[in-house]
Every structure is written in structure tokens, then in C-alpha cells.
Design a protein around this ligand. Sequence first.
Ligand code: GLU
Length: 506
Amino acid sequence: MSDRPVRVRFAPSPTGPLHIGGVRTALYNYLFAKQNKGKFLLRIEDTDQKRFVEGAEDYINKSLAWLGMPIDEGVHEGGNFGPYKQSERMGTYAAYADQLIQAGHAYYAFDTPDELNEMRAKLEANKMSAKYDATSRMSMRNSLTLSEDEVKDRLDNGDKYIVRIKLPRNEEIRFHDEIRGWIVFNSSQLDDKVLLKEDGLPTYHLANIVDDHLMEISHVIRGEEWLPSAPLHVMLYKYLGWKDTMPKFAHLPLILKPDGKGKLSKRDGDRLGFPVFPLEWKSPEGEISSGYRESGYMPEAVVNMLAMLGWHPSDNQELFTMEELIKTFSLEKVSKSGAKFDMDKAKWYNHHYLMNASGAALRAMVDGQVTDVHTSQGEDYLLEVLEILKEKVSFAGEILPLGQYFFAPPAEYDEKVQRKKWKDEVPGHINDYINGLVEGNKTTASDMEDHLEVYANEKGIGKGMLMQPLRWVVSGQAGGPPIFEMLALIGLAEIAKRLEIVNEKF
Ligand code: GLU
């Protein structure tokens, strides 16, 4: 690594909600910055006003905050390299386009849309790629083909123009990618990209390079979809005379659909029922897309899951806190090939973090669902219910609906259990066993367990014959948390009451 201070940026365009692929890009930038005691910048790339979406910038900030990635320099945080929003830097870029024109690395193009269409049609008819490039530009209307006087006249007249980069024909462009190694393009694969648009505003390419340079960005860590733009960017660094301080590049692999090929899209999420956005998003048209937060995911789980989509540590460790990720993450261990999104794994991560959550954190997660019924036996009782049931669920929001019977007699009794297990001598044994608990005042889980052992031995029956019916009498269900813990929590008086209900009902 160079000795330059590490400064990385996440540079989203506020064109809609941030996809989890973008979140992962932000995360890898954040981890890399923190690991290297560097700075994590958020730069809003809003040069394309046509694609601007109201609320998208706010959404980006809220998403990063929810996931625990504080920004060192940005629109709200400030910093010495601002402004951090490109629409507030519009006065910055034209001078660099001029510099390129003066040096012969860019040119004015005056072609009308009709002329451009004509060129494309002609090239396509000749089975050539329809590019404005070293070959085709010499037959177009630009400052390379027009006389100096005519160019001057046009500019003085205020004729419309754009500025294009002038790329060489058939030249090798090489650069190193921290993940992919050496990458070689031929300049003939590229076209003379527009740098300055008709309205005098920069395109993404020019603004991005100028800003990365001025903001002293040391590493550009971004999605694979930008790899085809990288040779153009390398040429811009070279032509602007900034080659020595060009950032290092790292192009991250795509996040792929869980099934089939291709990039994970919002449609896959809708189709398969999982969110592809960190937070719920309501589009300006009112369309709602689900978010990880609203679906009950904990931010720690989303961070861990995303970190593992494309990065593999040397061993098989899968569970990492943010702190551990900061210590362990490395660009060298990011894979070149795409990472398949795995919905079950996402739930698995959430379950893990739920199991590790404190009582207070769990309580906060279910707060919106808590009613008087849940608190009628006190907060401690509620906390114990959350604790005993958390291992049964992927999401905190599933606990209270699952644990209805902790707060009131079962609303329903699983008929299958009744049909299969509640017959012949079983009800008699259950009655005797429960009466034995009440008479002996056996209130702890271990007392209740011991008593079943004693009872079964005395009667010469297997304990197994009584376990499920016992659970069913109390909860109405076939499965649940460890049975004696459940019984002890519900308490003897309530157990006796539930036995009466069952005796009346069945
Ligand atoms: N604004 C670009 C985006 O939306 C940034 C790409 C880059 O990081 O260079 O992803």
C-alpha cells in the first residue's frame, strides 16, 4: 500500500433507494477506511438532474446511520474538501474540460442529434460499432474537423456544443485492480465519451475524476458495473496530469440473484419475498418497497450478511461484528466472481444476532407489538418470555404472536395432537401428574422434570408418552421452547387452570 493517507468515498447518485449492492459498496469502503485509520467520505453524485429523485439522499444518510457506518466527511458532516454534493460544485468542472481541450485531449463537438443518428445508422449498416471514436470523429462536425475560425465563430455565436475526450486509436490501457490484478483494455474498445454536456454541466466521468482528485481519494472501491469506465478514468488522470496520485481501483463483484444468473434486482426481491433495500422506501409516486429494517432485521445481521457476500476470510468464520470486520477485512480476499444472495442465510444471521441481543434490546424490538395483555404480569415476566422464545424465531416480531399462550390460555388447540396423543390412559396420567405438581408445590423447571421422572417410573410408563400432551394442555401446541422451562414460567396456578379448561373441552 502507498503511504498516502487512506481516503475513500462512497459516491452514490440519488436516483432512488439504495440497493443492498450499494450498501455493500459503502460497507467495504467504510471497513477499509477504518482499518487503515483513514477517512470515509460520502459524496452525492447528482450531476444528472433528470434522474434525481426526491428523498433519495436522505434515504442514503438514514441507511448508513442505521447500519452503523458514521461518515467522516460529507454534506452534513462537512470537511475540508467540500462541498460534498456535486450539484454544489458545478463551477469546478468546466475549467478541467478546458484544460483538456487546450492540451489536445478533448474537443468541441457541434453535431446535431440528426447528424449523430445518421452516423450511427451508417456505421451499423456497415456492420461497424456505432461509436463516436477515433475512426468516426473525423467525419463529424467537431473542432478536429472544422477550421479554427469556424470553431471560434460557433463558440462566439453561442452555438450548442458538447466536449468529448479524444481517445487514441489502438492503444493499450493498463491499470491494476486491487481485487482483479492487472486489467488491460484497448482504447479502440472505448468511445470518445462526453465530458461536458450541452448545458455546460459535467458528465459523471469528468465530475467523478475531478472530485476524486480534489478530494485526495486514495482508493476507489466500487461495483463491478464501473469496470468498463475505469480505462476512460485512467486516461483522464493521465491527460489531466494526475497520474502520480491516481487512486487505486478495486471493483467489487456483483451480488447475484439467489436463483439463476444475473444481478440481484428489486424484482427478484418482490418475486421471492425478501427486501433488497435497507429501509422501506416510498417512491414519490407512492409505491412502497420493503426494507430490511421494517422486515425485522437487526442492523448487525445485515452488516454481517452483506460483508460475507463477496468477501471470505482465510478461515471459515462467518460471524463478525463490525469491530471484527474492521480488523479482518481485506480487499485481497474479495472474490472476483459474483456472490449469490441467500435469503435463508440472511435469516440465519438475524437469528444469531437475536440470540445474542440483550433483554433490553429485545424488549425495544417488540415495543410496537406490546399491549396491556403482555405487561399484565409485569415487565420481568415479559422479558422472560422473550428470552425463552427467541431461539424459536428468525425475527423479534415473531415472538409475541408465537407466545400468545404465555399471556392467556391457548386461543387454539392443535387438533392433530389431540387426535394422536390425547387418548386412552394419557389424560388420566396428565391429570395425576399435574395434580402431583400442585400438591407438591413443585414450581421450578428441575422440580417439574424430576417429578415426571418419578411419576413415569412409578407407573411404569415412558416419559415420552406424556411430554407432548403436557405441552399441548398448557400451550395448545405440539412444539415450543424447552418444556419444563415453559411450565415453570407459566406457573403452577395457571397450569392447573389450563388443565381444567382441557378437561372441560375434550
Ligand atoms: N455515482 C456513481 C454511482 O452511482 C459512482 C461510481 C463510482 O464509485 O465511481 O455508483
